[in-house]
Design a protein around this ligand. Structure first.
Ligand SMILES: O=C(O)CCC(=O)C(=O)O
Length: 286
């Protein structure tokens, strides 16, 4: 962890390879599979895609801020909304309060290593705002286009940190993360805001800066159990999964307790108390 902060500050991201043993990953994987087993795919046909923001107008999506909701892969549903695959091969991701509502995820997020990693990059008391279990299903796992997390998760000052855990080996064939080293110094290009009182939502361009060229992108090919930390201004994407292997990952987004959370973020907490971590020791306090 010694040079973690230096790497994080220079590049906008840092990788800790293979820090979670298989025994730590197995419970969250099993919990995700159980949630999908119980998911009523006939009632909730919300597709998750980053090509447009349609999912975000959906109540099921907005209420996932304080729930455990499953979203489908675009290619798992036909034009009439019928499922083309069995449920366990059709879900794109589960979000966004796994850490609050599912014991296996709560335990995972409480482990000292998470607090130590946050502390190593200079965070002290951090709120865990959202968690996602992302499947990248074999053959149809959708692309997550170039974006900066501050577009969707805005604080004043900008200070959100993403922690992304490879639950399975991730490589360029099954849709690993790609980043632009140093790109966290570039301006925020887009902002996605929701008017929770009036009901409108819009993705606006803030800066016409282009997304990185292919030659500027670095593939983060990492073995299962690796942890990637990335800044909310770092441009990153993940490619589609056309391989025969899945690429499971678990993502957490933290912000310092004293950073102001925008009222226009899609994700708002009304019911659940904040999940707070004292970063030095990794112990949560309420
Ligand atoms: O895991 C992925 O495919 C994308 C994750 C991501 O972009 C994020 O957590 O911000």
């Amino acid at each position: 962890m010694d040079d973690l902060q230096a790497r994080y500050e220079q590049q906008g991201y840092a990788v800790l390879e293979g820090v979670f043993p298989a025994t730590r990953l197995a419970p969250i994987r099993a919990a995700a599979e159980r949630i999908v087993e119980e998911f009523d795919a006939d009632r909730h046909r919300t597709v998750f895609t980053t090509r447009n923001q349609e999912h975000a107008r959906d109540r099921y999506f907005l209420e996932s801020a304080e729930g455990v909701h499953c979203f489908l892969e675009e290619e798992a549903v036909d034009a009439e909304g019928r499922l083309l695959r069995p449920r366990h091969q059709a879900v794109n991701k589960i979000g966004h309060a796994l850490h609050e509502l599912v014991p296996e995820f709560r335990d995972f997020c409480r482990q000292p290593l998470i607090g130590e990693a946050l502390h190593a990059i200079g965070m002290e008391t951090a709120v865990l705002w959202q968690t996602m279990y992302i499947f990248k299903q074999p053959g149809i796992g959708g692309e997550v286009r170039w974006h900066q997390d501050a577009t969707y998760l805005r604080t004043r000052p900008p200070s959100v940190v993403g922690l992304w855990v490879a639950v399975e080996d991730a490589d360029r064939d099954n849709g690993c993360l790609w980043v632009q080293p140093g790109g966290h110094r570039s301006p925020l290009r887009e902002i996605y805001e929701v008017d929770h009182a009036g009901g409108g939502a819009a993705l606006r361009t803030l800066e016409n800066a282009p997304w990185p060229r292919a030659s500027e992108a670095v593939a983060l090919e990492v073995p299962a159990g690796s942890l990637v930390l990335f800044s909310d201004h770092l441009p990153h994407y993940s490619s589609p999964n056309r391989s025969k292997r899945s690429r499971h990952a678990f993502a957490m987004h933290f912000a310092p307790l004293d950073a102001a959370w925008s009222e226009k973020n899609w994700l708002q907490r009304h019911r659940l108390p904040p999940f707070v971590i004292q970063a030095a020791c990794g112990q949560p306090v309420r």
